[in-house]
Write a protein that binds this ligand. Structure first.
Ligand code: 1Q0
Length: 212
């Protein structure tokens, strides 16, 4: 009976996708991971046109990875580790210049997921007086700004100013009560942390945390 403005987006689907992306062997399944991102894109699209440059950017990265999955070697892109080992084995990862390797492309989404983790955590802990633009900017400064050019940082800060207030966020997420929000957000944060940590270790152990 609840009416929510972001009917297409469901935060539960983000949670389910990221949870199901992790196997018993602590592998991250690439397809499930990307499905989680598909859902996040719906959220950004519900925010309106100011955010479309961000969702276009994410769609571009997802597109590159799906393209790799659809090639003859697509089965190698089954999990994050299988992708990394395949690309390293075949010298497809360039450590000196920018290419469209799966490893460097996924690294961009990986870093963005840290931003989301911090932002959702802050949102869950926030109070009535909190300002979403500030929460978003703080998370951005910590997780993403160090990797972005000056121009991108300015554009991001401008976009943050256009963010709706907390109430609207909770409405899109379809949450009526504050307590409920905190619970759902913390659960989502946990599913993100789990995926993030596994991927962070996979990138770290292969010396690939700084791919150009
Ligand atoms: C909620 C509003 C979204 C706020 C997004 C924060 C990040 C903003 C910064 C985006 C700038 C994008 C412009 C291009 C950047 C690229 O230079 C960069 C590097 O790529 P490359 O190929 O040049 O090396 N690209 C990236 O860093 C890719 C990732 C961009 C950030 C995407 C983060 C979007 C996450 C959105 C999920 C929102 C869901 C919120 C759910 C809330 C539920 C209560």
């Amino acid at each position: 009976s609840k009416h929510c403005s972001g009917q297409d987006f469901q935060i539960s689907r983000v949670l389910v996708s990221f949870n199901s992306a992790v196997t018993k062997e602590e592998e991250v399944l690439l397809e499930q991971y990307l499905v989680g991102w598909d859902e996040l894109i719906k959220f950004m699209e519900a925010l309106g046109t100011v955010f479309s440059f961000i969702s276009q950017e994410v769609k571009g990265k997802i597109g590159i990875l799906r393209e790799l999955q659809s090639t003859a070697r697509g089965n190698e892109y089954y999990s994050v580790r299988s992708m990394m080992d395949h690309e390293l084995r075949h010298n497809l990862v360039n450590f000196h210049k920018q290419t469209n390797s799966g490893c460097r492309t996924l690294l961009r989404l990986h870093r963005a997921l840290k931003w989301l983790e911090l932002f959702l955590h802050k949102l869950g802990m926030s109070s009535d007086e909190s300002n979403t633009s500030d929460l978003c900017q703080e998370a951005y400064n910590e997780a993403l700004a160090p990797y972005h050019s000056w121009l991108v940082r300015q554009a991001a800060s401008m976009a943050f100013l256009a963010l709706p207030e907390r109430k609207v966020f909770f409405d899109i997420v379809c949450i009526e009560h504050e307590g409920e929000a905190q619970l759902v957000l913390e659960r989502t944060v946990r599913s993100i942390v789990r995926v993030y940590n596994i991927m962070q270790e996979a990138y770290h152990s292969r010396g690939m945390l700084n791919l150009p």
